[in-house]
Design a protein around this ligand. Structure first.
Ligand code: HEM
Length: 360
């Protein structure tokens, strides 16, 4: 698949709220409707286990019990605790280590390298592992757990081998963090001063692993795809926001209707699934001028790629910083994509490999 085909795939249609069998729920694409679904948490719940009337194939998935799947009041209590570890100050303290890691990865990568395998993936693992205080000797295990957990999540069918790998990874990771709780340091020490139960702590660590890793890796890859054939952006911060709008790492997010309501003129019933399509909302011409064009200087840029409302992404500062540092380092040279390997999934396109070669 070429770059143009990838971009064309993301040119989302924005239209009325519609019921789609393939999603098993209401698909919401207009910015105003997506924003309402994200911010009206009393009507649009994140707690699938409690509010969905559909069967749930992956009920052991920690994401279904973690912060992201909670409603107030528990969400409010937990969010206040975990926000302490994601202050701008705490995130900035990671900057030297992320910068050093980017420099080291690029120095060992050579004039032609796989952006995902050699830079984006190790960088995001380094950051999350560093944040969670995982000892370097356990990083190979950490990578294995991450792969088992993230590859399982997002599948709609239950594949036995993946299910086993997923279950084993969760158990091993739970055992690892339980040991860490005996001699807590870093964010784990902060979290342990709260009233979080052991299960909630482990679920939260798993949530960081899942949310923090795949998305940041994808954002960096998407940024390179968008910027590689352009003139160097005058403002990396603005360009990064436009990458988030144009090729968001998270396509959409689900909610469950708690009581009958009207959305975009349609009647929704309690228990129904609502899929808020972030990709589409980010291309709504009501909000963004010339939405199908990538404009690295776009301002303002109120994209919904980190969500909105009480579940707004906790790692947004961190993700922005990581991508800014990596892009600044990459853009000191000029690159060309010399090999691109992609895989079409039911909901999007995975970039499996992107080889970058220095041109000057
Ligand atoms: C929530 C996107 C990076 C941790 C969210 C949500 C989105 C999102 C859309 C809201 C989901 C919803 O409303 O249902 C992204 C993107 C990222 C990124 C695009 C990278 C480019 C990270 C990182 C971390 C993180 C690096 C942590 C290290 C979280 C957590 C939540 C969350 C804990 C749940 C917050 C809550 O429910 O209160 N993220 N994320 N994310 N994100 Fe991120």
């Amino acid at each position: 698949m070429s770059l143009e085909e990838i971009f064309a795939f993301h040119a989302q249609e924005v239209g009325p709220v519609r019921f789609a069998e393939s999603f098993g729920g209401w698909v919401v694409t207009r910015y105003a409707d997506v924003d309402r679904v994200l911010t009206d948490h009393e009507v649009f719940s994140s707690d699938e286990l409690r509010h969905s009337t559909q069967a749930i194939p992956h009920s052991s998935n920690p994401l279904l019990r973690g912060l992201q799947a909670m409603d107030p009041p528990r969400h409010h209590v937990l969010r206040r605790v975990v926000s302490q570890v994601f202050t701008p100050r705490a995130v900035s303290s990671l900057e030297p280590s992320i910068t050093a890691k980017v420099d080291a990865l690029l120095a060992s990568a050579g004039p032609s390298f796989d952006l995902i395998g050699e830079v984006a993936y190790p960088l995001s693992v380094h950051t999350i592992a560093g944040l969670l205080g995982v000892q370097p000797s356990r990083w190979p295990d950490f990578v294995r757990w991450t792969e088992a957990i993230t590859s399982f999540f997002g599948t709609s069918t239950v594949d036995e081998a993946r299910q086993t790998a997923f279950g084993e990874a969760l158990t091993e990771m739970g055992d690892y963090f339980r040991e860490e709780f005996e001699r807590p340091s870093g964010i784990i020490a902060t979290l342990m001063t709260s009233d979080l139960t052991e299960y909630e702590l482990i679920d939260f660590c798993a949530l960081l692993l899942i949310n923090g890793h795949e998305t940041t890796k994808t954002l960096l890859v998407n940024a390179v795809l968008c910027l590689v054939s352009q003139a160097k952006p005058s403002d990396i911060g603005l360009a990064g926001e436009e990458v988030l709008r144009y090729l968001p790492p998270t396509g959409g997010t689900d909610r469950f209707v708690t009581r009958p309501t009207t959305l975009g003129g349609r009647e929704l019933r309690a228990g129904e699934r609502v899929v808020a399509m972030i990709t589409a909302a980010n291309r709504d011409p009501e909000v963004f001028a010339d939405p199908q064009t990538f404009d690295p200087d776009r301002k303002p840029n109120p994209h919904l790629s980190f969500g909105h409302g009480i579940h707004f992404c906790l790692g947004a500062h961190l993700a922005r910083m990581e991508v800014r540092i990596a892009l600044a380092a990459l853009l000191r040279r000029s690159w060309r994509i010399t090999d691109l390997d992609t895989h079409r999934t039911p909901v999007g396109i995975d970039i499996l490999k992107a080889t970058l070669t220095i041109t000057s």
